[in-house]
Structure formats: structure tokens, C-alpha cells
Design a protein around this ligand. Sequence first.
Ligand code: MN
Length: 474
Amino acid sequence: MKLRTAGFGTSGYRRNEGSCRMKDQSTRGFLSALEADGELHRVQRAIDPRFEIASVLSLRERGPAQLFENVTGHAMPVVANLFNSRGRFARALGVPRKDLDRFYLAALRNPVKPTMVTDAPVQEVVHSDAIEVDTLLPVPHWFEREAAPYVTAGVIVAKDPETGRRNVSIARLRLEGGNRLMAGIAKNHHLAIIAEKARQRGHDLEIAVVIGNHAAVLLGSQMYVELGDDEFDIAGGLLGEPVELVKCRTVGLEVPAHAEIVLEGRLRPDDLIEENAVSEFPGFYVYYGPGIGVEIDCVTHRADAIYQAILPGYAAEHCLLGAVAIGTTLTRDLQRSIPAVRRVLVTDGGMGRLHAVIVMHRPRLGEGKRAILLAMGLVNLLKLVIVVDDDVDPEDPRQVEWSLAARFRGHEDLIVLPGVKADRCDPVHEDLVVTKIGMVATTRPGDGEPGGRSEFARPPPEVYDRIRRDLELY
Ligand code: MN
């Protein structure tokens, strides 16, 4: 079914009309808003899911969202590039761009428990026998040396077999033919820990893979919380209301009612499948070894479902999802120990994983270095951390470089730590260690005083402020 109309149908999207509290928890309102802004590009030309979608997305990686309406061999359209900028998250979450960081922190501090509904758009269509995932869904085959297509925006719901507590996370899923998939899960991720608990108990782990999620669910699933904390609660915090969940048809799990597609099935921890080459955030192939087999028993979706994909590798959206989660978590954690910390930004150039800028308000002598050590200690990935004053916008690489030129003294503001544990995807690690570097580019106490070396040259403030107010008159 092609989307030929201007808008995105929300049929089946039933609301208690008496309640105006509930928001649109689907992605559809956001797609309509993007389209109204000229930020959604419809690709009507026939496109092959094998490498052609990846090529278009790579070429428009930081551009408008892309809706592929005519995917060869499939009636279902593919949407991608949805959250490739911070502004898109602001728009999807209904938050002013400048308030995003405060908003994320508030959501972490104020989780909202989900609520159950019985009538779910995501279950309008149910397939429960002879499942062929590659026939049902237009899953793109991304890169040349990857063996098969990967589901890249699949939010995986599971429950800890020991505690019964829910976990919600994203992991890559490769199509293995028929109803089989392979899940690639980092060993330290909660889902891997839960799968191992299931393996020790000698049984499979039920999972539900949710595709086509509201920004709050996608982002909530990425936030760093404890094992046992329900990421749907964080998603509720981001929404400002409970996420509406519906019971799955064949597994004892609950999924967002307003999503596009759900795959219900089982992780089979003893069924190991060699992955070989797979792309990672540096933009290179990596070789992780075997992943875990998955069997899908049931697929449900909206009648006019849209398949959501995230371009993997070194791509804006893939990098940004992790960057927002790491930055928010680190801001929260550093502020507990060092109140002068205002913000942590994990940078685009640093692949959304490896480099960070810490913004501090008048740090005391040595406090910048302490923030660097703490950040590196908390997040294994980080290997270059720069501290700047809070008159600098960390999202502007030019301003960060200006800080280095204006405020950084190499002989004493630099930390070089060779031989520190590295992330396994770090492109230059040797035996899983790497040299970590910290740079403190902040004004020292006294530096900015009148007559000092860092006193800004500006017109008198009363003149400057008056002109700024009335600038359009000039
Ligand atoms: Mn978790």
C-alpha cells in the first residue's frame, strides 16, 4: 500500500475523545510536521532495498527525512533519516531546541510508568504462520561486505528471567532467511546479560522487536539506566505521559500500541551464528564473532505500516542517538560530583561516541582535569575530552577550537594517558588499549579581569545592548 495522499493516516488511532491529555504517540504526527516544513522528501522512483536505499541515505545523511514509497518487491514504504539532528528531536518531543538538555535530564529524574490499552493500531494486521521476515518487511541491505539486510531501528523489549523486570534497548538484527534473525548485542548491554540468564536456565528468551517508534521511545531506549529500570518509564518522562502499551499476541511482553510494526519471537542463546563483517559507528567494518539466533513466531503491524530504518555506520542519526544518551547520562553523573559542570556534548566528528566537550561554569583550578578523569572513568568509549567555559557553544567546533587557541596552555592543561582500556570499536586501539587525551581550555581565575590577558574587547555594554535591541533599524 503506497502513501499517495498528502497526509499520514491515523486510522485505527483511537482516543478517548473526552481526554485531550494524551499526545500522538505514533511517529505519524511528526512525519506530517516534517512534511509541512519541507523536511520530508518522498522518493517515488522505484528503489532496490539492496544497497540503493543505503546509497541515497548516505548521500542525504544530514538532509531531509526520506520516505521511499516504491521499494522493489514490497508494498510497505521505508522511512529514514528521521532523527539526524538535535533539532529534529526538539521538534518530535515538542521542546524548544535550547531547552533540550534540561528536558532530557528532567525525563531521567521524572520517569512515568506506562499504561495498558487493549486496542492497538500496531495489531491491525497479524501474521502468525509461515513467517518470512524478508517478504513481509522491506529491510535494507546496507553495505557491500555485510552478509544480509539488517533491521537497524528495532527497539527490543524483553524481561529479565530472574526478576521479571522489563528491558528496552536497540540491537542490530540480521535477516537469516524465513523466520530467523541474528541479534548482535554488545556483551555489556542489559539484553546480553538477560539472554545469558536465560541460557543458564536452559530456555529461550522471549522478545518483541518494535519498529516505527515515537522519538520518546527511541531515545528512552538509549538512556543509560540500571539493569531492572524500565526504559519505557524514561520514554514516559520524555513524553510527559504514560506510554500506551498493548499485550503481545504470542509472547508475555507489552509493546507501544502506536508503533508501526512488531516482531514477536525468541532469542535462542545457544544458537550462535557467525556474523563476519558488520559496519560500526567509525564507518568501518568490524568483526565481532558470533551473534545470537532469533526465531520470529508472529508479526503484527498497522494496515498501512511504514518501516523505519536508521542508516548504520558513521551516519548522523546512528551517531546522534548514542551521543544524546551518553551526553545526558554524563551530565547527570558529573553534576553529582562537580556542580560547575553545565553540559556534556558528545561530538559528531568524534562519531557520537569517542570525543566529548564538557562545559563548565567558572571551574576552580584543577577542576577541569577532575571532570575529564571522571568522564573517562565513567564512559569507556571516550578518548578525547575538552573542557570549555560556558560562554562557548560546544556544538560549534569553531568556538571549541577558539577556546583551545585562547585558553589552553599545552604544557599544563593537557592530560595524556597512554595504555587505558579502549572500546573494542576504537579504530586505533592496540590490544584493546588506547591513549586518552584531556584538554582544559578554560579561563583561569583572574584571567578575565580588567587589565588581564583575557579581557574581551567590546563596545560599551550600554551602546552594544541598545544597538542589539534595535538592530533591524540599522
Ligand atoms: Mn536496560
